[in-house]
Design a protein around this ligand. Structure first.
Ligand code: SF4
Length: 298
């Protein structure tokens, strides 16, 4: 496996949360969405129930907000949709260099500065965002939930997931480890790994999930082979347990990570992991370097 590290490109590396006067909604050019994604930040306090060593949330700056101001969030979402759909976003210096092929609005994404499903009225906020996209004339716009899957067992989250199912939702659930020890190293969490695996399996029985898997070098070391083998084993067991997986995204860090000892993985190694997943699990796999989509199998 190669040890060369790819260099990020500016527009993929810029996922700044602040845009003009916006506090909760932020447009980004997303590698994995393949264009403009309108982020919705349900964790402006920057608190997360994981503490991933690769986390690319900028916690060097204090949060500007502690709580979600719902009317303001919905207003920003409406304005954000107008900005992108009307093309005015690309007059802004941060977006003026974005190539034409990446200027399409791909989705609104519940992501932000923590785990979105920890938001207490998760189902209600999803419903209100559905209404905004309908009013904006884009009822078919995809709604992506970027999640660590730790809260799927909660009824309020299950209701939110079903609302997403009914409204062009796509759930991108994090799974990127084999052993409990590596899971704990990566997430720094006390939530048991099996809780997450069980949540993913049960949610995947109801609808196909997208599995998102970030791999990195830690202290210069690529992920050990046993972790990749164990990770493939988890994917196999989800399928054997009746879960559906739409596709797997294998990617690496593109922005400064929480810990300095974390570095991007080489494109060659990302491709090798993707091939292993495809070969062993028969799943569709995409892989992404800091420059965007690099390949696809299945
Ligand atoms: S789950 Fe996401 S937001 Fe939370 S620490 Fe991990 S990468 Fe950061």
């Amino acid at each position: 496996m190669s040890r060369s590290s790819p260099t990020p490109v500016p527009y993929f590396a810029d996922h700044a949360r602040g845009f003009e006067s916006f506090r909760f909604v932020y447009p980004v050019v997303s590698r994995r969405s393949g264009g403009i994604s309108l982020g919705v930040n349900l964790n402006p306090d920057k608190v997360c129930n994981f503490d991933c060593i690769y986390c690319q949330v900028d916690r060097t700056r204090a949060p500007q907000e502690r709580f979600v101001d719902l009317p303001r969030l919905l207003q920003e979402l409406e304005q954000g949709l107008e900005l992108v759909l009307g093309g005015r976003l690309f007059e802004h210096p941060r977006f003026a260099q974005v190539p034409q092929q990446l200027r399409t609005l791909q989705d609104m994404a519940f992501s932000g500065d923590g785990e979105p499903t920890t938001y207490s009225n998760f189902d209600q906020i999803i419903q209100q965002c559905v209404e905004v996209k309908r009013r904006a004339g884009v009822p078919q716009l995809k709604m992506v939930l970027i999640t660590n899957a730790t809260m799927f067992h909660r009824p309020v989250v299950q209701r939110g997931l079903r609302l997403l199912d009914e409204n062009q939702g796509e759930i991108w659930a994090k799974l990127e480890w084999g052993t409990e020890a590596y899971y704990r190293l990566v997430t720094q969490s006390s939530i048991p790994m099996n809780r997450v695996l069980q949540n993913i399996t049960e949610a995947a029985r109801e609808r196909p999930l997208v599995i998102q898997s970030l791999f990195m070098r830690i202290h210069g070391q690529e992920p050990p082979e046993e972790e990749i083998a164990g990770y493939c084993g988890h994917l196999e067991r989800i399928l054997q347990g009746g879960g559906q997986i739409a596709r797997v995204q294998v990617y690496t860090v593109a922005r400064p990570p929480a810990q300095r000892f974390v570095e991007p993985l080489s494109l060659e190694t990302l491709a090798q992991i993707a091939q292993q997943v495809h070969r062993r699990c028969g799943l569709a796999v995409q892989w992404f370097g800091p420059h965007g989509a690099e390949g696809q199998l299945g």
